[in-house]
Design a protein around this ligand. Sequence first.
Ligand SMILES: Nc1nc2c(ncn2[C@@H]2O[C@H](COP(=O)(O)OP(=O)(O)OP(=O)(O)O)[C@@H](O)[C@H]2O)c(=O)[nH]1
Ligand SMILES: [Mg+2]
Length: 407
Amino acid sequence: MSSLEELSSLAYSLGGEVAGQIIQARTQIHPAYFFGKGKLAEIKDKIRNDEVDAVLVDNPLSPKQTQNLEKLLECEVLDRTQVILEIFAQNARTSEAKLQIGLAQSEYLLPRLAGLWKHLDRERGGIGASRGTGEKQIEKDRQFLRQRITRFKSQLKRVEKERHTQKQRRSNCLLVSLIGYTNAGKSTIMNALTDSGLLVEDRLFATLDSTTRLLEEDSRPKVLLSDTVGFISNLPHELVAAFRSTLATVKDADLLLQIIDASGNIDEHLQTTAEVLADLDAASIPILKVFNKIDLISPTRLLMLEKLYPEAIFVSAMIGEKNRQEKITTFVEKLRKQILLFFDERMKTVTIRLDYQHSQQLANIYEWSRVDNIDYQDEGMFMTLTAIPGNLERLRHHLGSDFTEMR
Ligand SMILES: Nc1nc2c(ncn2[C@@H]2O[C@H](COP(=O)(O)OP(=O)(O)OP(=O)(O)O)[C@@H](O)[C@H]2O)c(=O)[nH]1
Ligand SMILES: [Mg+2]
């Protein structure tokens, strides 16, 4: 999908219909209007003929350009960043998502205020006054925005604290985070794996918050799976910054399950995901690639992808009515197995001796590790445990000198 086609999908996500696409090929953009004279005439015609309500521009516009264009075209003008911000604002459901989008919008606006009000000063002309009306207005607006930003930030801090407490509570679990380009099928896969009933929609940014669920009740280690907001090329920086607490589930993950739409623009989506992960300081977390929507590609392309990515898993989360339950079970099992295998390879087995008088520790042992064997001797219980290194470390700390490692 080209960037312009993607902008059409964004328009659709916003609830709009696309009347047409116009491409400008110019080496130099017009400083005041972005578009040249001929293009502007063409755009104006289109607006009149098709009763267009808004013009979306795939490139970044300066505030002045937006303002000039709106005046000239007599309709709303949004650039790519503004479109994405608008979708986020529309789709925000949880109070956290609302706070985050409020923060992102305010931070986006703050440096742009000057550009918006300059004309007021110019229109009034320099009649002696040291400060023009425009400049005073900017100062007022700036102050207002700064206050808003401070308020949003402190409210978000509180949410983050809450999240931190939750994190401590589940620190004996491993966290797997579903990541990837928007609309790749993350929520569909999350639902299949955990029966979460999350919103799945064929529109960009259906998901804006994080949901975390236990992957399997009885597995040791316990594995939590979380679904979160998707990525997109040229994701506005303000958004990544504002969504830091939502994206914390990504940064704290032990494993990332990268969902890739096999029918999409794979190289670009991989590139974008890598960039966002670097931006989040999450680039060093191990990644398991899952190519989804293989029902939409030809067998030849599937073969090629399997050759190119021999470590990846190939699935289709969209399952027709025929043998539905059977197919879901197979696909879910395949993914679960891979996730647990990943951790299995990183687990260690130890043998410990536990005095009978310390039996109250058994609950912790069962919570933090898999008990493979117990041998009841006069000197105590000899237990063979398998767990990830972090959990063994905690048990070692808890049990002190009774902890003997076998290998
Ligand atoms: N054909 C096909 N469609 C799929 C498959 N998996 C998901 N979809 C569809 O793809 C669309 C997006 O799915 P979601 O699960 O909402 O995608 P997401 O990655 O969570 O998207 P956002 O939350 O918007 O970033 C929905 O219309 C799904 O029904 C698949 O394997 N094949
Ligand atoms: Mg989703």
